[in-house]
Structure formats: structure tokens, C-alpha cells
Design a protein around this ligand. Structure first.
Ligand code: ZN
Length: 189
């Protein structure tokens, strides 16, 4: 039976590095894979991890029907990797479960669980409900405790809790533990 896997964490936890490593292991064993990256810009076609690994990835925006796309490659694909899965829509998560259950292809997704206001992304909500296996990749807060949130900071280094859910500038996020999310120490410039 094919399975849907969901790897979740805060930012800077090494999700992309792990995705690339799994993909590399598959390629070495001659297992065919397809790698996607969910993107709101539709420009990125390369997954890069902070440790320097990279891999070509097919960009998918919110309008693509992932099931229809994959159907063409169903006979030659065993694993599908999706990075930045938090940006997919509810409809696309349902397309993914159809890929798993109907096409019998394993789908391994990586993404953030919550936004800077601690609110679940829509995709995260459905992945938590529907995945066969859920794994958490741990990032650490500055204090050494497990990070559970991505605090967003303004240009003065102060935590903000207002604004649009998505801002793609990675520099404005700080992984924090629960205590330091609510008792945030302003980042001195
Ligand atoms: Zn902390």
C-alpha cells in the first residue's frame, strides 16, 4: 500500500535537507521519483537546502491539478516529494490523497505546520487529518528547547502578530519555543 507522509516543523529545521537526502537515496537505488516545490511565485525550479544540497524541482502553484499532472507519469514514479507543502490548497491535498490511494504512489510532503500567528495553514490541517504517517523534525529555540513557532519580526527586531499570513522573506522569522514565543526577547540590532 502506498502511503502519505507528512514531515512538519518550524523553519530552519532541515526539512529540505532531509527531502533531498531521501530523494538522493531513492535515485541511488534506481527508484524513480518526482520532486515538486509549492510556490506562490511560480519561478523557483530548484530546491536548495541551507547546507548546500540542491535538486531540480517542478514548481506547482495553487491552480495546478497535481493528480492530473502525475497521472501521465504514474507508471514510472514510485515516490513523489513535495517541499513547502503548506502553500497547497485543500483541493490539492485531496488530489494528493487520490494519487496515493488510486495511483498507489507514495507521497512524501514537507512543510511548516503553523504560521507566525500560530494558526495552522490550510494544507497542514488536512495533512494532519489525512496522512498515514506524521513526523516532526525538530528545530531549536535559542534557549535550547524545541521550537514550536515561527515568530515574525519587524525591521526593529520586535515580534509582530499582525499582517498577511504569507511573507516569503525567510529572514523575518525566528523559530522559538512556546515560552519565548509569548515572552519574546527583541532582537537587538
Ligand atoms: Zn526558548
Amino acid at each position: 500500500m502506498a502511503k502519505l507522509y507528512y514531515f512538519t516543523s518550524t523553519m530552519n529545521a532541515g526539512k529540505t535537507t532531509q527531502l533531498l537526502q531521501f530523494n538522493y537515496n531513492c535515485i541511488k537505488k534506481n527508484i524513480n521519483t518526482l520532486t515538486f516545490i509549492s510556490t506562490l511565485k511560480n519561478k523557483k525550479n530548484c530546491i536548495r537546502s541551507r547546507v548546500g544540497l540542491k535538486n531540480l524541482a517542478i514548481p506547482i502553484n495553487n491552480k495546478i491539478n497535481i493528480y492530473k499532472y502525475i497521472e501521465k507519469y504514474k507508471h514510472m514514479t514510485k515516490y513523489i516529494f513535495i517541499d513547502e507543502v503548506q502553500f497547497l490548497t485543500k483541493k490539492q491535498i485531496y488530489e494528493i490523497i487520490t494519487i496515493v490511494d488510486k495511483l498507489k504512489i507514495n507521497v512524501i510532503t514537507y512543510g511548516l505546520k503553523t504560521d507566525f500567528k500560530l494558526k495552522l495553514f490550510t494544507a497542514s490541517k488536512y495533512l494532519i487529518s489525512l496522512s498515514d504517517k506524521i513526523f516532526e523534525i525538530e528545530a531549536l529555540c535559542k534557549c535550547g528547547k524545541k521550537a514550536i513557532a515561527n515568530a515574525r519580526i519587524n525591521k526593529f527586531g520586535k515580534k509582530i502578530t499582525q499582517g498577511k499570513q504569507i511573507n516569503l522573506n525567510k529572514k523575518i522569522y525566528i523559530p522559538t519555543c512556546r515560552y519565548h514565543y509569548f515572552n519574546f526577547i527583541d532582537k537587538k540590532k
